[in-house]
Design a binder for this molecule. Structure first.
Ligand SMILES: Cc1cc2nc3c(=O)[nH]c(=O)nc-3n(C[C@H](O)[C@H](O)[C@H](O)COP(=O)(O)O)c2cc1C
Length: 192
């Protein structure tokens, strides 16, 4: 199984990276092939809404997102990990999500309407971390993740959601979270 982890925080070794790394470690130790990209390393823009992909199924913007499209194609599972920024995912992670519009455009061009939403290209997961304890803290990001994976023709498999983590080392100090993350990675790799 090929698993792609997308680390969506601009903060190096932030909480969402520590947790994602544990998930990926669990998956790798269960036999999965794991790749990880970090949004902070990518030089890319958001979607320009230029309509270029509607004509060709390819994004016309030539930046680092072009390295991500092939990773989408080969992944059986994708795990997006992001901090909560104003009840959404980070702007950098959202740029990747918005640029997935080209994947949706490609399917519309190449497949008959009844095959637009098979959700048979694998499963997507979400890890989200916020500082506060707001009741609806993860509502917005879960919807974004669902429709991101929909654009990739993937099902949404749920995720890990943690409130009350703020300082950079807060997740590192929580062995319960790290264990849960490791086990989640094993579960993903087992295809459960
Ligand atoms: C720009 C910005 C916006 C934030 N907005 C929220 C928010 O709406 N709700 C919340 O609970 N935490 C918010 N936070 C706190 C982060 O989600 C929290 O510190 C998280 O642990 C950061 O994860 P990271 O270490 O993976 O980057 C915000 C932080 C920043 C920098």
């Amino acid at each position: 199984m090929n698993i792609l982890g997308i680390y969506g925080s601009p903060r190096k070794k932030g909480n969402s990276e520590v947790i994602l790394d544990e998930v990926l470690r669990g998956a790798e130790e269960s036999g999965a092939t794991v790749k990880k990209v970090s949004v902070r390393d990518l030089k890319m823009s958001g979607c320009r809404e230029c309509g270029g992909c509607d004509k060709t199924g390819q994004c016309v913007v030539k930046d680092d997102m072009q390295k991500i499209y092939p990773l989408f194609e080969e992944a059986d599972a994708i795990i997006l990990s992001s901090p909560i920024f104003f009840y959404g995912i980070s702007a950098q992670a959202k740029a990747i999500v918005d640029r997935a519009q080209a994947m949706w455009a490609k399917r519309i061009l190449n497949k008959p309407r009844d095959q637009w939403k098979n959700h048979d290209s694998g499963t997507g997961y979400l890890i989200a971390v916020g500082a506060t304890k707001g009741k609806n803290l993860f509502q917005g990001v879960e919807l974004v993740a669902k429709y991101f994976y929909d654009a990739l023709d993937m099902g949404y498999g749920g995720g890990l959601f943690y409130k009350g983590l703020e300082g950079r080392d807060d997740a590192l100090k929580r062995p319960d979270i790290l264990k849960e993350a490791y086990e989640f990675g094993k579960k993903i790799a087992s295809g459960d």
